[in-house]
Design a protein around this ligand. Structure first.
Ligand code: SAH
Ligand code: SF4
Length: 360
């Protein structure tokens, strides 16, 4: 059964027409879903009983069940493992920022911290890209999520936060999967979240992170969306990148950087480069200098995060001191850099880690 979140307003209007319902019902359902944040048909008190029953019979509202959830010991982070209808597992993580003791903000992109609720969501079950350090990559590819399954992760948390009078403030596509490998469904999900008569979630509060699929970066540039773009680079040398990221066989670093320059030229938006700091592998001052040389003159920013250790890869995290030197070296060479602190390390909050543990 598909989820109601798979439909956009137009689909809903067509459907209700087929069901011989008045046209205004579509808008009522849409607003119930995305403004009132109803989570089940019985909450739609403005709809006739017969229509509520029909919706119940035809659609799943939330198209997954909660298999487990875990809160980090400081309560700042909640990770939920969802089981989809077909048994596949995906994860989403909610991170709270801006609470008084919170000095580091892993998704701040260098801006001052306010109270924020950032949601990290999945776009695929598993991932085909096979980055060796990544728990999701170690699982392999299961399937693409539908646009509704992507939207439903946001709505699930939005409904939960609403009970505490809180709202989702940012959404990052940094959970399981490669968003640009499921391009159309991800963009449909973004459009649905954006809708001015619905959830009205601003594009600027969304961030897509990609392993660096060049044609899709160019397509994305041409669409000139206001969505933020992050590129997982992790190495400055093709050979070194290939050793940890098989995608580099297809798309070389130069091509990725060229595509990013095209994106900046088209959108005038700053690109973020993601950098997982792996002890002794890509965290030396020498690497930082090479990276700075590659990125010189670009409207960009480096977001470095010490590696989150996973079962299938024996690399180690860079310590705080080395990370600091890496950052300073980059900044002295004119490239802004933030060190993201690892959050929720005690709850396996790195993408794919919980699903990996469950499927063993
Ligand atoms: N597939 C996309 C988005 C999901 S991964 C991408 O690769 O960009 C989100 C981010 O987490 C990426 O920057 C990825 O390189 C990083 N990542 C994956 N595994 C990690 C780990 N074990 N430690 C630190 N960062 C990791
Ligand atoms: Fe896929 Fe991203 Fe993990 Fe690479 S880092 S395997 S692209 S989810």
């Amino acid at each position: 059964m598909s989820t109601i979140y798979d439909l956009d307003l137009n689909d809903l209007e067509l459907l209700l027409n087929e069901w011989n319902e008045p046209a205004y019902r579509a808008k009522q359902i849409w607003q119930g879903l995305y403004q009132q944040l109803y989570s089940s048909p019985e909450q739609f008190s403005n709809l006739p009983n017969s229509l509520r029953t029909k919706l119940e019979e035809e659609f799943k509202f939330i198209p997954f069940s909660v298999r487990t959830y875990l809160d980090s010991s400081d309560k700042s982070t909640r990770k939920t493992l969802f089981e989809l209808e077909d048994g596949n597992l995906i994860e989403s993580v909610l991170m709270r920022y801006g609470d008084p003791a919170d000095e580091h903000d892993s998704h701040s992109m260098g801006k001052p911290t306010k109270q924020r609720r950032t949601l990290c969501i999945s776009t695929q079950a598993g991932c085909a890209m096979g980055c060796v350090f990544c728990a999701t990559g170690q699982l392999g590819f299961k399937r693409n999520l539908s646009s509704g399954e992507i939207v439903a992760q946001v709505m699930y948390y939005a409904q939960m936060l609403k009970e505490r009078d809180e709202v989702v403030s940012n959404v990052v596509f940094m959970g399981m999967g490669e968003p640009f490998h499921n391009y159309d469904n991800v963009m449909a999900a973004i459009d649905r979240l954006n809708d001015a008569d619905g959830y009205k979630f601003g594009a600027r509060r969304l961030t897509i992170s990609t392993v660096g699929l060049v044609p899709q970066i160019r397509r994305f540039a041409e669409e000139q969306r206001q969505v933020n773009l992050a590129i997982s680079l992790h190495a400055t040398d093709d050979e070194e990148r290939l050793a940890i990221m098989p995608v580099n066989k297809r798309y070389k670093i130069d091509d990725v950087i060229e595509a990013c320059k095209y994106y900046i030229e088209k959108t005038h938006r700053r690109v973020t480069f993601e950098w997982a700091l792996i002890n002794g592998v890509n965290d030396t001052p020498e690497v930082a200098h090479k990276l700075a040389a590659r990125l010189k003159g670009m409207l960009c920013h480096v977001n470095a995060i010490p590696l989150n250790p996973t079962q299938g890869y024996n690399g180690e995290a860079t310590d705080r001191q080395r990370a600091q030197i890496f950052k300073e070296t980059l900044e002295q060479a004119g490239i802004p850099c933030t060190i993201r602190m690892r959050r929720g390390i005690d709850i396996n909050a790195g993408c794919g880690q919980l699903a990996g543990a469950e499927s063993k």
